[in-house]
Design a protein around this ligand. Structure first.
Ligand code: EPZ
Length: 419
């Protein structure tokens, strides 16, 4: 067990490279199962969720080599189509292997991924979409058995909600198919385009439409390719939150500001000075943040739910009252009781958080409730008076590569300590 010990109150300065996108690398690693050859994936972040995906790939029969942030996945010999519960439970987003294992093997058997820290995380849209495509889907005692009894010949799949995971699973199931499948009301997150770019580099033909449509013209075989994963927009927004809360002057490099354009105005409303240079961004903050009256998390391109917790930490010390509505997940305020232990004045009314900004938080012992909630506690600790100890940081390591090294490089006093 490890914890992070943070002595708050230090301004941040310097520059850091933003990691590759966890939520792009994971579906792309799942997609390598479709290729009867070697895929080379660059800019893969070094995270425990990536390690969990590698375990699944090896279980399926893939050979995986890792050189720093490059993964080589050789999927010539896929030997099985079932993923055991132990591996499924290590990472909630293992469900994204459903489409690729089904696409390659014609069958997929795996346990239904449980809910997780932020909500029930149902997969009804995944399964109803596969049934629409003619896949036989059986669920018994928590096990999913999906069988492609006949080739997928294309059609239209309309999603009642633009689910990221469901969109990815449909793309993966249809990449090796006949005919043309069109997804209506598909997710529009940048990670969807990155997955399409990877599959198209392997010979598929996927078009991302302008009105939330994704069209997949399946092929009989996909070939080897090399791919560079996009920058992690949530990591960028997390480091921007750290600067907004602690003050300072930081340059984010290897970012992609086009993937979070809707959020930059929020940081400017908080009082940050942003110099947006596309693949780099300079953020300066020399005063106490201002409150932001109305933030609502929405599917892309709206305010991303994954940035809600870190931004809440900033608004906890803002001048004035902010109102934040979490529209995507039903249980994504678990960082708030921990922030309250640090002196935050936040009221929760259902999916609404009313944040009455206080001049300063004070250090405390807090427990990371989930990935982005843990990041929020780090952001709060950086600005708080005194020492903050964040426990259960394995949640944070799922999505942030060496978070304490990146922040120390910017002048933060943060150490990883073995408990
Ligand atoms: C992806 O999760 C991301 N994870 C999440 O990031 C992110 O918050 C989310 O998309 C939204 O952007 C990965 O990409 C690995 P959804 P996913 O399907 O695919 C409901 C992080 O912190 N829903 O778009 O699970 C669901 O309950 C993680 O990096 C159904 O009802 O998100 C939720 O309320 C957290 N039925 C909403 O849709 C379904 O079949 C959004 O879910 C599927 C989803």
């Amino acid at each position: 067990m490890e914890k992070l010990v943070i002595c708050g109150g230090r301004r941040l300065s310097g520059e850091i490279d933003v990691q590759g996108a966890k939520n792009s690398a994971l579906p792309i690693l799942a997609a390598t199962v479709l290729i009867k050859g070697e895929s080379v994936i660059h800019n893969c972040p070094d995270l425990s969720d990536i390690d969990a995906a590698i375990k699944i790939l090896k279980h399926l029969g893939c050979k995986v080599k890792k050189e720093n942030n490059t993964l080589m996945v050789d999927s010539r010999e896929i030997s099985c189509y079932n993923i055991p519960d132990t591996l499924m439970r290590e990472m909630r987003s293992s469900i994204v292997f459903l489409g690729s294992v089904l696409g390659r093997m014609g069958k997929a058997v795996m346990s239904s991924p449980g809910g997780c820290d932020i909500g029930l995380r149902p997969i009804d849209l995944h399964l109803s979409s596969l049934r629409t495509l003619g896949i036989k889907v059986d669920e018994c005692h928590g096990t999913l058995i999906c069988t492609k009894e006949k080739p997928i010949v294309g059609g239209v799949v309309s999603l009642s909600f633009p689910s990221v995971g469901a969109t990815e699973n449909i793309m993966l199931a249809c990449a090796l198919s006949e005919g043309r499948t069109v997804i209506l009301n598909a997710a529009r997150e940048p990670e969807i385009k990155d997955l399409a770019d990877f599959l198209n580099s392997c010979g598929c033909n996927i078009e991302i439409g302008s009105h939330g449509t994704v069209a997949i013209s399946g092929v009989s075989e996909l070939h080897e390719c090399e791919h560079h994963v996009i920058s992690d927009r949530i990591a960028s927004l997390t480091f921007m939150s750290a600067v907004a809360a602690s003050g300072g002057d930081v340059i984010l490099k290897k970012t992609d500001t086009s993937s979070f354009m809707s959020v930059i105005p929020i940081f400017e409303q908080m009082g940050c000075e942003i110099n947006n240079r596309g693949s780099s961004l300079r953020i300066k903050m020399h005063k106490r943040p201002e409150a932001v009256l109305d933030i609502r998390t929405m599917p892309y391109p709206g305010f991303p739910t994954d940035a809600q917790a870190p931004v809440t930490a900033v608004l906890s010390i803002a001048k004035g009252t902010s109102v934040l509505v979490e529209n995507i997940f039903e249980n994504r305020f678990k960082h708030i009781p921990e922030l309250q232990r640090m002196g935050a004045k936040i009221k929760i009314e259902g999916k609404v958080a009313i944040i009455d900004g206080t001049a300063q938080l004070y250090g405390a012992k807090v427990i990371s409730p989930d990935l982005r909630g843990g990041a929020a506690l780090v952001v709060a600790g950086l600005s708080a008076a005194g020492t903050t100890v964040v426990e259960q940081i394995s949640h944070i390591d799922r999505g942030y590569e060496n978070i304490e090294k990146s922040l120390s490089a910017l002048g933060a006093d943060i150490k990883r300590v073995k408990v």
